[in-house]
Design a protein around this ligand. Sequence first.
Ligand code: AMP
Ligand code: ZN
Length: 456
Amino acid sequence: MVKFFNSLTRKKEDFMPHGDHVKMYSCGPTVYSYPHIGNMRAYLFMDNIRRVLKYNGYKLDGVINITDVGHLTSDADEGEDKMMVASQREHKSPWEIAKFYTEIFMQEVKRLNIDMPEHVVPATSVIKDIIAFVQGLLDKGYAYQTSKGIYFDINKFPGYGKLGGAVDQKKAGARIDVDDEKHSPYDFVLWVKAPKEHIMQWDSPWGRGYPGWHIECSVIGNKFLGEYIDIHTGGVDHKTIHHENEIAQSDSLCAHQVVKFWMHVEFLQVDGGKMGKSLNNMYRLDDLKNKGFDPEDFRYFYFMAHYSKQQNFTFEALKGAQNSLKAFKMAVRSHKNGQSNACESQLENYRQEFLDAVNDDLNMPKALAVCQKVLKEEKSEQIYQLMMEFNKILGFDFEEKAENKIPQEIEDLAKQRWQAKQNRDFAKADSMREELAKKGYVVKDSKDGYVIEKAW
Ligand code: AMP
Ligand code: ZN
């Protein structure tokens, strides 16, 4: 049984989908600048859940949104629209900005081998649905109109704040919004009436305008997954405002709880602190690449901490991940074509141990430890196959890179040498070792097999 920690109940719970497919929603990127490695932690988390569920035999129906309109520079309806800011900065239309950064985002997740949801949906593709949803909330009395837009009336939704205590937090921290027309300062905008100069705007029953940020997730979830969503993911920063608002919108319109499991990934920190443009530490995969790291090294790094804990990124720690991954891959490959016969019941025990770890709220550090234990077994093709099975979750590329690939001629020679050694023809084995060395390869023997490496 898969167990996940549910932020809503603040408990680890058994996971059971509502229907025959797991309906999963993930808050996606605001496509106004390059995604950084902190964002990537959130999508690796999504990938992790998806792969673990698939490994358990579930079929998935997943959605991720692309925020290409309406996200203000603060989550609480303040500041300028992030897309507009980028558009002015880069002298491009918001559409060009969105297209450019959406493509970058898609490339980045591909580089990390992230298993993407079945639907990738830009907010601007569902404007009609957004209008209908907002109209629904107005009709049911959950929303009201002012001269600035349509607002959600949080006092009409008694459950407001159940996820993260948003009202208290906002009371404590936020500036009080001095808008006399609002019923409560904490009411949030569903639809913004746009001034003429605002570039992105659409017709609506309330005049020209554009959607508030929170509404797109409720609408896209409803349109693509329906009224019962099994899992909703995002970073912890979204818990207190964005997700609270999503719950208010969706549960009010559907008149029942829409999302069962709310799952949040803690933040990636850099050098023990926050990432920030001014701190010059908002690293991207390319920054890692320039320092000699593969996206896979970052993938391994992700697995080294539990998602519910903050993880501290340093290049030193990434170097550690890189070394561990290198050793891990070599160990896995050393089992390929291994001659020992692994014990079936032992394999089954390992399989269970690995499953228990990943099913225990994605305990990936423990799952990696199980792998390490498995790899210490005598060289066996069955162990290799078992690792390939585990790799459905890990998602690494265990194939040798083309430049490191051992040519067939060398493979054959090494095999003959191993045979000679098994036949106790040590003179022949030694001369073949020399021949291999001349061709630039070394063979390292263990009692049950050998590995070929390039001599440097
Ligand atoms: P955004 O594009 O700002 O909406 O962020 C996209 C996703 O990345 C959201 O789920 C955020 O919660 C998440 N996120 C942003 N910064 C970090 C970070 N430092 N660590 C982990 N997740 C993050
Ligand atoms: Zn969202």
